[in-house]
Design a protein around this ligand. Structure first.
Ligand code: ZN
Length: 138
């Protein structure tokens, strides 16, 4: 069995941002040489997410509006967690959007359903954060 591990880093220019990382994951699958297996992609921070969805700007706007309704960033004083930090909303958003995704690798390619793409969801950015890509298979 082959095994491959890589970390990819992000530093967003604003607090919240969704980034399509499908190409980076595809590059890792190629580099790994795995033809049949699984790829795990997970955020290594508790205020960011990895998830699969559509790369459509209207939907990304809808995610922002929906997440702000569920866990508004402000006022910061509404959260017990805030004090030293101001990122309670980001922890909650991350939990809703998920920590990781697993995608099948078939014949050396990501075995997606229609329109599926992999995203990094940043909810407390403007600092360096990373995503782990782990591939196993043969
Ligand atoms: Zn925190």
């Amino acid at each position: 069995m082959k095994s491959f591990r890589k970390e990819i880093w992000f530093e967003t220019d604003r607090r919240r941002k969704l980034i399509n990382i499908t190409k980076q994951v595809e590059d890792c699958v190629l580099e790994s040489g795995v033809r049949e297996g699984l790829v795990l992609v997970n955020a290594m921070h508790i205020t960011s997410s990895v998830f699969v969805n559509d790369d459509e700007p209207g939907l990304h706007h809808d995610f922002e509006v929906w997440l702000e309704k569920l866990a508004p960033e402000q006022p910061y004083s509404q959260y017990m967690h805030n004090g030293i930090e101001d990122n309670a909303d980001a922890h909650l958003k991350r939990t809703i959007m998920g920590r990781e995704t697993v995608v099948a690798i078939t014949e050396g390619k990501l075995d997606f359903g229609p329109w599926e793409q992999i995203f990094y969801g940043e909810f407390d950015g403007i600092r360096k954060k990373r995503v782990l890509i782990k591939i196993i298979g043969e």
